[in-house]
Design a protein around this ligand. Structure first.
Ligand code: B12
Ligand code: SF4
Length: 396
C-alpha cells in the first residue's frame, strides 16, 4: 500500500459508496468475500462498476481463492491466496493484457476462466497494516485483530485453512511485538484478537514474544486467541498468561470421539476437551466454544454425545467452574475442503449452487446431513441443542 500509490478503504457503513468513489476516482477497486457473501460481493461490484466504469475490478479472499472457476463477469480478475505480492504486481501494471503472465490470479479468457499458477506468499517482514491511516473508524474501536502466523499444520475435513496456505509460517517475535506496540500505543487498543488459525502450537515462540512485549513495557491490554483443545498444556497456559490472554476460542465441534478423529485427526479427543475446560477454569480465562451438527458420517448417537458434552458445560457453568459461552452451527461444505467434495459427489454443491445456502446458522440447508437421519430427528436435536445453549448463555 505504501508503494507510491494512494489507497482508500471504502466503508459503505461510514460513507455512501457513490460519494466515496466519485471523490476518489480510483483506477483499481478491490473487494474481499467469503463464500456465503459471494452473491452480495457480486451485487456490490455491479453497482461499483456503474460508478467507476474505467476502473479495474478485482476480487480476493477466501471464496475466490478456493473456487476461482466461479469468477463472475463483473470482476476483471480474482487474486488467489495471499494477496500482498500479487496485488502489488497488478497495481504496478494495471492492464488485463498482462493477466496471462501474472501468477496467482484467475481471469476471463476465450476458454472461460483461466487460473494461473500460484503467486508468491507474503513475507512476514511486510510493514504493519496502518489501520489509523486506512480504516480510522475500526482503528478507534478499542479492539484490533491481527495474525502472528499463516496457515495450520492440521487438516480438518471442514476447514479451508490447509487449502489457502501451502505451509505454516510464523512471524518473528519482534515483528509480533511491533504489532502489539502499534495496537496498544498508536491505536490505544485494549483488546487484541490474535486471528491465527492455531496460535497455540508453539509455547516457546509465545514465550519469546512475551519477553519482547515486556521489554517494550507494554502491559495495559488483554488478548483473545483461537485454541485447539489437543494443544493444551501447562507450558502453553503459562505462555498465554504472559501475553495477557483472557479469552480462549475453541472449535469443540463434537462430543463424539469417533467424529473428532474423523474430522480433526487422531490428536483430537473429548478427553482433551475436558482438559481444556479445566485448564480454562484454573487459569481464570473465558472459554468460548462452538459445535457442529449435521456432519458427514455423523449418527444420531454421535449427536447425542455432543448434546451430552454441551450439558456438561452447562452444569459446569451452573457450578461456577466454567466461564464463557458456546454455540452450535450446521455443517457446511466450503469450497476446497473435503466436505465440499463429499457434497459435490452427492450433487449438493457445485459452481452453480446458491452460495448463501452455506450459511452455517441456517439449519434448513443441511447439505451434509446423512440421508438415514429423518427430518424430525434432526429438528429434535437442533431444538434440544438450542435449549441448552439458551439456558447456559443466560448465566454470566
Ligand atoms: C476473523 C474471522 C472472522 C471474523 C471477521 C472479523 C473481521 N472483521 O475481519 C468474524 C468472526 C466476523 C467471521 C465471520 C464469519 N466467518 Co470467518 N474467519 C475469520 C478467520 C479466523 C480469520 C480471517 C482473517 O482475518 N485472516 C487473516 C487475513 C490476513 O487473511 P485473509 O482474510 O485470507 O486475506 C488474505 C487473502 O485471502 C487475500 N485477500 C483477502 N481479501 C482480498 C481482497 C483483495 C482485493 C485482494 C487482492 C486480496 C485479498 O489477501 C489477504 C492477505 O494475504 C478465518 C480463518 C482464516 N484463517 O482465514 C475465518 C473464515 C474466513 N470464516 C469463515 C466463515 C465461514 C465465516 C462466516 C461466513 C460464518 C457464518 N456465520 O456463516 C462469517 C461471515 C459473516 C459475514 N457475513 O461476513 C470461513 C470461510 C470459508 C468460506 N469458504 O467462506 C473461514 C476460512 C474459517 C474456516 N476455517 O473455514 N470470521
Ligand atoms: S479447523 Fe483449526 S486446527 Fe483444523 S485445519 Fe482449520 S485452522 Fe487448523
Amino acid at each position: 500500500m505504501e508503494n507510491a500509490c494512494t489507497v482508500k478503504v471504502l466503508d459503505p457503513a461510514a460513507e455512501p459508496l457513490a460519494d466515496a468513489i466519485h471523490a476518489f476516482d480510483p483506477d483499481i477497486i478491490g473487494i474481499t468475500s467469503y463464500t456465503v457473501t459471494y452473491p452480495e460481493a457480486i451485487e456490490v461490484m455491479r453497482q461499483v462498476r456503474k460508478l467507476a466504469p474505467k476502473a479495474l475490478c478485482i476480487i480476493g479472499g477466501v471464496h475466490i481463492s478456493s473456487l476461482p472457476q466461479s469468477l463472475d463477469e463483473v470482476f476483471d480478475a480474482g487474486v488467489i491466496g495471499e494477496g500482498e505480492q500479487t496485488l502489488l504486481e497488478i497495481v504496478r501494471y494495471p492492464s488485463p493484457s498482462r493477466f496471462g503472465s501474472l501468477p496467482g490470479i484467475c481471469y476471463h479468457s476465450e476458454d472461460g476462466v483461466t487460473v494461473n499458477p500460484p503467486g508468491e506468499q507474503a513475507e512476514p517482514e511486510l510493514p504493519i497494516p496502518r489501520l489509523d491511516r486506512y480504516a480510522p473508524a475500526s482503528a478507534r474501536s478499542g479492539s484490533v485483530g491481527f495474525i502472528t502466523s499463516r496457515g495450520c499444520p492440521f487438516k480438518c475435513t471442514f476447514c479451508y485453512s490447509p487449502v489457502l496456505h501451502r505451509k505454516v509460517r510464523y512471524y518473528p517475535p519482534d515483528w509480533i511485538a511491533g504489532q502489539f506496540e502499534y495496537a496498544v500505543r498508536t491505536l490505544k487498543a485494549h483488546y487484541l484478537m490474535l486471528l491465527d488459525d492455531t496460535v497455540c502450537l508453539d509455547s516457546r515462540r509465545l514465550e519469546q514474544t512475551a519477553d519482547e512485549i515486556e521489554r517494550r513495557g507494554l502491559f495495559n491490554f488483554s488478548t483473545a486467541v483461537n485454541m485447539r483443545s489437543s494443544a493444551v498444556s501447562d507450558e502453553l497456559c503459562r505462555a498465554l498468561e504472559r501475553l495477557h490472554v483472557v479469552s480462549w476460542n475453541c472449535g469443540f465441534e463434537s462430543g463424539s470421539n469417533k467424529m473428532l478423529k474423523k474430522i480433526k485427526g487422531s490428536s483430537a479427543s473429548v478427553e482433551k476437551h475436558y482438559e481444556l475446560v479445566e485448564a480454562a477454569y484454573l487459569h481464570g480465562v473465558r472459554l468460548n466454544g462452538s459445535f457442529i451438527f449435521g456432519m458427514p458420517g455423523e449418527t444420531p448417537e454421535d449427536m447425542e454425545k455432543t448434546l451430552e458434552f454441551m450439558g456438561y458445560l452447562y452444569e459446569k457453568k451452573c457450578s461456577g467452574r466454567y466461564r464463557g459461552g458456546f454455540w452450535f452451527f450446521c455443517a457446511a461444505p466450503f469450497p476446497g475442503t473435503q466436505w465440499w467434495h463429499i457434497a459435490a459427489e452427492k450433487g449438493r454443491a457445485g459452481l452453480d449452487m446458491d452460495f448463501t445456502c452455506l450459511d452455517i446458522k441456517n439449519f434448513d440447508h443441511h447439505l451434509l446431513l446423512e440421508e438415514s437421519i429423518k427430518e424430525v430427528e434432526w429438528r429434535d436435536v437442533i431444538r434440544r441443542a438450542g435449549e441448552i445453549v439458551e439456558k447456559a448463555n443466560k448465566i454470566f
